[in-house]
Design a protein around this ligand. Structure first.
Ligand code: GTP
Ligand code: MG
Length: 332
């Protein structure tokens, strides 16, 4: 056995196997460790990257069948509501359309590319329509929308207007409305719903943020999201709000290699904390996930991470609509 002066690193040998033990491993111990061996016949070396994980701070079932069954059997707690409505909001290329494809894929058992996701090199939002996507015959529908950009580029407004989003939350915008960033939504448009009911309103607002871009997110875009979130909570019957943090694979190697390590990754926790501080959202409302983007096979771990997030969104949208149910009103 060999030990360094502080007793931090210990090397032990068992036959031809050498082990390195790092005592009280912390983030600073993350490094590439190399063993060099030399004898009369020559030399050899071997390296390993050490990544420090932390205690799992949230537990996930990692079994998709019970999670899918729960959602397939889900009944909305308000008989007047046909389906729970979710709106995905976030910067360009954050993975909004990919989330819809991924969720649809999980319930249909194969990958889905109905909602077009784009390679993210253009700098312009690929999605331009306000489009509703149902999930089979389940009582859930997700609205995709144009990505948020900072508002003034060369003096011209870019990306979707905050006003459009507030109108959408209130249920004034109907499916297939084409966003024209420089044009306000006119009340005489055929896409304008004058007297929205609970079946038109958004029940849960999901902000979508890419884990690998939280740090470099444009201040104006952050401000826009914060303004929309604040406006949404001022609405008399405000929708519930969550954050889906996508692209965990690009933010953390440990997670990229094994998605079940998501809630043990210090890096992911840091990104969630950053997200929480920047947007003013409590940690328990943030759900890290990975979307299908390059793989051609379904992956149970990926599905479980997304199902964990989506189940919370379903429960929280249900809390919203339950408030308006006749039974609940009579109970008051
Ligand atoms: N590695 C990785 N890539 C992802 C993930 N989610 C989305 N992507 C990729 O990120 C890019 C943008 O994804 P989209 O789903 O089009 O993003 P969007 O938010 O809909 O973008 P706009 O419609 O342009 O506002 C695509 O190339 C996706 O394949 C993820 O979890 N991990
Ligand atoms: Mg899109």
């Amino acid at each position: 056995m060999e030990q360094d002066a502080e007793g931090k690193h210990t090397i032990t040998q068992n036959g031809t196997t050498f082990s390195l033990t790092i005592r009280n491993a912390a983030k600073e111990d993350e490094a590439k460790f190399t063993i060099n061996l030399r004898n009369k016949s020559g030399s050899a070396s071997c390296s390993a990257m050490v990544i420090v994980g932390i205690m799992e701070w949230r537990t996930v079932q990692w079994k998709q069948v019970p999670m899918i069954t729960t959602l397939k059997n889900f009944k909305v707690s308000n008989e007047e509501v046909r389906e729970l409505l979710f709106l995905l909001l976030g910067p360009i290329g954050a993975g909004k359309s990919s989330i819809i494809n991924t969720i649809k894929g999980i319930f249909e058992g194969h990958q889905f590319i109905d909602c077009l996701a784009a390679s993210d090199s253009t700098g312009k939002s690929f999605t331009t329509k306000y489009q509703k996507f149902s999930i089979g015959t389940l009582p859930f529908a997700l609205y995709d929308m144009m990505g948020l950009e900072k508002d003034q580029k060369n003096g011209e407004p870019e990306g979707v207007h905050s006003d459009h989003i507030i109108s959408a939350l209130k249920g004034h915008i109907s499916d297939n409305y084409e966003f024209k960033p420089k044009v306000p939504m006119y009340e005489d448009s055929k896409y304008y719903i004058r007297d929205p009911t609970l079946n038109d309103k958004i029940h849960c607002l999901v902000s979508v943020i890419a884990a690998d871009r939280v740090t470099l997110m444009d201040d104006k875009v952050i401000q826009k999201i914060k303004t929309i979130r604040a406006e949404a909570s001022k609405l008399g019957d405000q929708p519930t709000q969550l954050v889906f943090m996508t692209r965990v694979d690009t933010a953390c190697t440990l997670t990229q290699e094994d998605l079940t390590k998501t809630y043990q990754s210090k890096k992911i926790k840091e990104k969630m904390e950053e997200c929480s501080t920047k947007l003013g959202v409590p940690m328990n409302c943030i759900f890290p996930l990975k979307n299908y983007h390059e793989e051609n096979k379904m992956n149970e771990k990926l599905n479980c991470l997304v199902l964990e997030a989506f189940t919370q969104a379903v429960y929280s949208a249900n809390v919203y609509v339950k408030r308006f149910s006749c039974k609940e009103k009579h109970a008051e």
